[in-house]
Design a protein around this ligand. Structure first.
Ligand code: FAD
Length: 396
């Protein structure tokens, strides 16, 4: 009987792991991918949809090739429960599937308890995060289109760690770019719980000053205490309440519910710890965890590019474990995150991370990586190329 791997979550980590398990094992491992969404909708490039520079079609991609070209069985359902003792997953649709190894890449969920005013469905429908691409991406775009000229868009950022450290600042630039063109009296105000910008700090600071002097204001050290969604009012520790025309709140984040409920989230019931040689959980044997759900370590950011790399290292390790081959012992992974600042120009940050056998963790390779000298249209071309390539790598 061919060994069977179940992969939960068809995002950057899960789709990559599923495809590469089939490729690396030359079909010797059976793979089932379980994902509730009909299509993959990419968070990377979704800020361009919110800014009005691209449409949803650009970021929406089919799972069909995984099934048709790579022999992955794609099941459209949600996993409600994992039973690690019996090696099974229970689906919302009622069925149960057994596994030899389980790979979980469920992404993040939000710590709504931190914002009591956001508890109701009405509050969540009015004050959006748009930090999972899909329905909310379009809804936030509609709110910005409906906003009168002269209105204020407030973006609240939680304390680190959160998904995609440069993402909020890219979003601020793209919304400001839209305001410059269509609503010149409107303004973006960023309220950041952190003391400073967490990624490409020098570049974003310069872009805010040079490109958007009248359209972006950055206020660090603003921890959000609560939200009154009925009036788009943000409440802080450090200043008067702030009433926005459009409020966009990124709540504090943790590993997705399934990871927490399965006991995989060992760090403050928030993030999952893994062995970086195989991405096997340190808490639950035969279960591997990828992507944003794992504890950020050695400067490895919560990015799609990183999750894609986790997926490949994990696929090689899981295949080796199942087929009785030695697990590769020297993983090296890389990350690149592009940020657009308008419809054409982008800038990047890159890093390389290598397994250190002594410290038994991943470390940044000295001298690797860096940031762009400045945003440019050429990097905008590279950024679109990056997106098309990674989508093809995981789903093509
Ligand atoms: P995801 O890609 O979120 O995938 C998780 C999947 O699991 C989802 O499809 C979900 O439906 C599924 N799932 C969850 N629970 C269950 C369950 N119980 N059963 C079955 N399925 C389940 N990264 C970059 O590298 N470059 C960028 O330019 C970039 N830009 C970004 C911009 C924005 C606005 C945002 C929000 C993020 C950006 N990111 C970027 C970050 C990137 O999107 C994430 O790091 C990446 O999606 C993480 O991959 P993942 O596999 O951990 O989770």
């Amino acid at each position: 009987r061919a060994p069977h791997v179940v992969v939960v979550g068809g995002g950057f980590g899960g789709a990559t792991a599923a495809k590469y398990l089939r490729l690396f094992s030359e079909g010797k491992v059976r793979v089932t991918l379980i994902e509730p969404n009909a299509n993959f909708i990419s968070c990377p490039m979704s800020n361009l949809v919110i800014g009005g520079q691209r449409d949803m079609g650009f970021i929406t991609h089919s799972y069909a090739n995984l099934q048709q070209h790579h022999g992955v069985q794609v099941v459209r359902d949600r996993v409600n429960r994992i039973d690690p003792a019996r090696h099974t997953v229970q689906l919302a649709g009622g069925s149960e599937i057994g596994y030899d190894r389980l790979i979980v890449s469920p992404g993040i969920d939000f710590m709504w308890d931190a914002l009591p005013g956001m508890a109701s469905a009405e509050a969540k429908a009015r004050v959006l995060h748009a930090w999972k691409a899909g329905e909310q991406t379009q809804a936030l775009r509609r709110q910005l289109e409906a906003m009168p000229d002269g209105g204020v868009y407030a973006l609240a950022i939680p304390a680190v760690p959160y998904r995609c450290p440069p993402g909020p600042f890219e979003r601020a630039c793209l919304v400001a770019n839209y305001f410059q063109q269509s609503k010149p009296r409107s303004k973006v105000i960023i309220f950041d719980a952190n003391p400073e910008i967490q990624s490409k700090r020098g570049l974003f600071t310069r872009v805010f000053q040079q490109n958007f002097p009248n359209h972006i204001e950055y206020r660090p050290g603003h921890t959000l205490l609560d939200v009154d969604a009925s009036t788009n009012t943000l409440k802080f520790e450090v200043q008067e309440d702030f009433r926005a025309t459009v409020a966009n709140v990124l709540p504090p984040m943790r590993a997705a519910d399934l990871a927490v409920n399965t006991g995989l989230a060992t760090v403050n019931r928030r993030w999952c710890e893994v062995n970086f040689l195989s991405y096997e959980s340190i808490a639950v044997p035969h279960v591997h965890v990828l992507g944003d759900a794992i504890q950020t370590s050695a400067g490895m950011p919560k990015s799609g590019h990183m999750a894609n790399q986790h997926g490949k290292v994990c696929a090689a390790a899981v295949m080796s474990l199942l087929l009785g081959q030695p697990v590769p012992s020297m993983p090296i992974v890389a990350n690149t995150c592009y940020s657009f600042i308008n419809d054409t120009d982008a800038m990047h940050v890159a890093s390389v991370h290598r397994w250190d056998a002594q410290q038994r963790t991943m470390l940044v390779v000295p001298g690797s990586g860096g940031v762009s000298p400045a945003p440019s249209a050429l990097e905008g071309v590279y950024a679109i190329g990056w997106a098309k390539n990674i989508w093809a790598d995981m789903l093509g």
